[in-house]
Design a protein around this ligand. Structure first.
Ligand code: SF4
Length: 336
């Protein structure tokens, strides 16, 4: 059965689904709007909790998809429902017929500049999780001082925040903050590192151990409380005001660098595909599954499937597991 299956999105979900589809004898066609495969993970340095190099995972997935058709820098222009499937027109002029479509268009990171009180884009030494990850991966970033003495992380930036329009927990940023805090301590052992959190959401395998190691082995300090104000000192450092809600005391700390943990939002390209297909969008802005327990990978429309963060915030292992399951669901659907 060599049937086309269109996969919209060439991140981890799209690649893993394509890999599985190839092994099931299907013909996956990946449509990716950026110029690279691997999505956000391709721009990440290491993955928690095992500190796996992200590029190794992406390289493995890309290698296993060599037999798939892949269109980079390509978008879906239109999708029309046929009697038995869909006609998909791409921005490069290619038309494809497919009885099943997998939406794996992932997420976008919240724009931290929208939280004006943190001064991202205004103060020299306020950065985001993505900036720091790029720097760990070797990119130059002059906002990160050569020998920081005090480094801070702010959790829940643009997540769990009604004012930011996103009440969801982004799931990965508590662990990302801990991972990045450890990496800072490894690079600069003498640096004091603070994490400001509302709650720590450490639900996955080995996550709690990872957190305990961060405190015990690296001396990272976790402060429960929201940062209320960030400003710049006369010598270019960052001054952070917060309240420690466990001790009830206000805090004022000067730092060399402050990293904002920007959360996940639905990718606007997923919403535009949903419009074309008349697939519903949920109250959280992500695509709505047929149900949230048994059919999370299916849409309300026949032949339209989901994998990964297009339906909600996901970790990398969850994304991989969903992609495998979606490939199998599509195979079963096409075999009926
Ligand atoms: S994972 Fe942690 S930092 Fe991220 S939104 Fe949830 S509680 Fe906030």
């Amino acid at each position: 059965m060599k049937e086309n299956v269109i996969i919209i999105g060439g991140g981890v979900a799209g690649l893993e689904a394509a890999r599985q589809m190839l092994s099931l004898g299907l013909r996956p066609i990946i449509v990716e709007q950026s110029d690279h495969l691997g999505g956000h993970v391709a721009c990440w340095h290491r993955l928690f909790p095992d500190m796996t190099p992200a590029r190794e995972l992406v390289a493995k997935l890309v290698e296993s998809c060599r037999e798939a058709n892949i269109f980079l820098e390509t978008t879906v222009q239109s999708i029309n429902r046929l009697k038995d499937g869909y006609a998909v027109m791409l921005s490069n002029g290619v038309n494809i017929l497919s009885r099943a479509v997998l939406i794996a268009s992932g997420f976008k990171l919240f724009d931290a500049a929208k939280k004006e009180e943190y001064g991202y884009g205004v103060y020299d030494h306020v950065i985001t999780n993505r900036d720091l990850e790029n720097w760990f991966a070797g990119a130059e970033d002059l906002r990160i001082p050569r020998e920081p003495k005090v480094f801070g992380f702010v959790h829940c930036v643009g997540s769990r925040d009604i004012k930011a329009g996103n009440t969801q927990c982004s799931k990965v940023c508590c662990m990302t903050a801990i991972k990045q805090a450890i990496e800072i301590k490894e690079k600069f052992p003498g640096c004091e590192v603070f994490c400001f959190y509302m709650d720590l959401r450490l639900f996955g395998k080995k996550y709690e151990d990872f957190y305990l190691n961060a405190q015990r082995d690296y001396g990272i300090r976790f402060i429960r409380g929201r940062v209320s104000e960030v400003s710049e000192t006369i010598d270019g450092r960052v001054q952070v005001k917060a309240e420690d809600t466990l001790s009830g005391k206000p805090l004022k700390i000067q730092m060399d660098c402050l990293c904002l943990m920007a959360g996940m939002q639905c990718n606007p390209s997923a919403t535009s595909i949903a419009d074309m297909l008349h697939v519903e969008v949920d109250t959280d802005g992500f695509l709505r599954s047929k149900d949230n327990i048994y059919s999370i990978l299916e849409s309300q429309k026949p032949g339209i499937f989901f994998a990964g963060a297009c339906t909600g915030t996901k970790t990398v292992p969850e994304t991989v597991a969903e992609a495998r399951a979606a490939a199998l669901s599509i195979f079963n659907y096409l075999s009926r």
